[in-house]
Design a protein around this ligand. Sequence first.
Ligand SMILES: [Zn+2]
Length: 99
Amino acid sequence: MTAIDYGTCNVCDKEPAVGVASSTLGPMSFAYGRECLKANAEPYGPLVTMVAMCGGRANLADWVPPIIEGSLRVAGKSMEDFDADVAQETAELQELGAL
Ligand SMILES: [Zn+2]
């Protein structure tokens, strides 16, 4: 029997992925490694876009902040970095007419 190679974790881009699963961010799937699953982390870029599309952190459901915290830990980003990236993404989406 051959082990399935899921490639590298889409969250940290470092550890081997243990599988592909539906993301908590929306209708999309990513390859996750064991440590990122334990951290409840999602890929940084899609997380920024999802929060921008929701109108910022103030509009999120209660279950989202732990995902943001885990994702920032893995990405090595601060909440200030995250808010700045969400603001930039919001401006870009508005310029494209997507918001
Ligand atoms: Zn990972």
